[in-house]
Each structure stands twice: as C-alpha cells, then as structure tokens.
Ligand binder design. Structure first.
Ligand code: FES
Length: 88
C-alpha cells in the first residue's frame, strides 16, 4: 500500500489492485469527476503530481499529450507514497 495525499487527506492505494488509482480513491471517498468512467477519454480525472512516482504513461495518456507532471488517475497506479492535486 502507498499513501497518496490529496486535498489534505491521505488515502491508501494498493499498487497491485486491478482497480486503478481513480477507482480506489473514489471508493475511499475522494471526489473525482471521472465523467467517462475510466475509459481514458474525458480527462476529468486528471491530476498534477506534486510528489511521488507513478506507473509509466499509458498509450492513451501519450495520445492526449498531457502537460508535464499531469496524469490521468484512471490510467495509473502509484509506485511510491505521493501527493497529488486534482485539475478539475
Ligand atoms: S475518467 Fe475519463 S479520462 Fe479518466
């Protein structure tokens, strides 16, 4: 389990779960829009990395040309403890 800090709260995220970070955060009460339900289309689950390491960019994220230090929480898992901030 890794600890991910978001808006002053800390969430434990299982890096080995089949559920990506967005699903795990939402299940623990975080408010993430996630309009496309994790299909990697809407970008409303995007976050900025304040600190920490995350799984490599997926092909979906590469096609979106996200700004540096920005990821889609429906496409990744943490690889360390970290802190993030939601874009939407
Ligand atoms: S939930 Fe839509 S891109 Fe992640």
């Amino acid at each position: 389990m890794y600890k991910i800090k978001l808006k002053g709260k800390t969430y434990e995220i299982d890096p080995k779960s089949d559920d990506h970070m967005m699903q795990q955060l939402v299940a623990k009460g975080a408010e993430i829009v996630g309009a496309c339900g994790g299909a990697g289309i809407c970008q409303t689950c995007a976050f900025k990395i304040i600190k920490g390491k995350f799984t490599p960019l997926t092909e979906t994220e590469k096609m979106m040309d996200l700004p540096e230090n920005q990821r889609l929480s429906c496409q990744c898992w943490p690889e360390s403890d970290g802190e993030i901030d939601l874009i939407y």
